[in-house]
Design a protein around this ligand. Structure first.
Ligand code: 5GP
Length: 107
């Protein structure tokens, strides 16, 4: 399978502004932000869509929620949206699972 743009970012082939990373995920700033804060939480594991998540991936999905908490504290945002677009009809453009972390709508 061809490498996704996000795998290429993780491997340093394509530059991105990294906000956070650990052994399971990388968090980058979206190239076309839709809010003052628009981050992408991306698992290192290249799962194509939410529909491909298996029971063994559930700790990873939980970890993504913990990372969202960490980001909210780090960036001192009082609220945020965590969004997954699933499938072409769901608005997904990059087929490497990721969650949009959006905050700062009311400024
Ligand atoms: P999707 O529609 O798949 O949920 O969202 C993909 C997101 O990835 C879009 O918001 C788009 O702006 C972002 N994106 C696409 N290519 C790049 C890139 O090369 N670098 C960064 N930082 N974001 C990207």
């Amino acid at each position: 399978m061809e490498k996704s743009i996000f795998t290429r970012i993780m491997e340093g082939e394509i530059p991105a502004k990294v906000e956070y990373e650990d052994e399971q995920v990388i968090v980058i700033h979206d190239i076309a932000p839709k809010a003052r804060v628009h981050l992408l939480i991306i698992p290192r594991k290249p799962i194509p869509t939410l529909m491909d998540v298996t029971p063994e991936d559930l700790p990873l999905i939980g970890h993504i929620h913990q990372v969202a908490q960490t980001l909210a504290k780090k960036l001192e945002v009082p609220g945020f949206r965590l969004i997954n677009n699933c499938g072409k009809e769901g608005g997904q453009e990059v087929f490497h699972i990721h969650y949009h972390f959006l905050a700062g709508f009311t400024e």
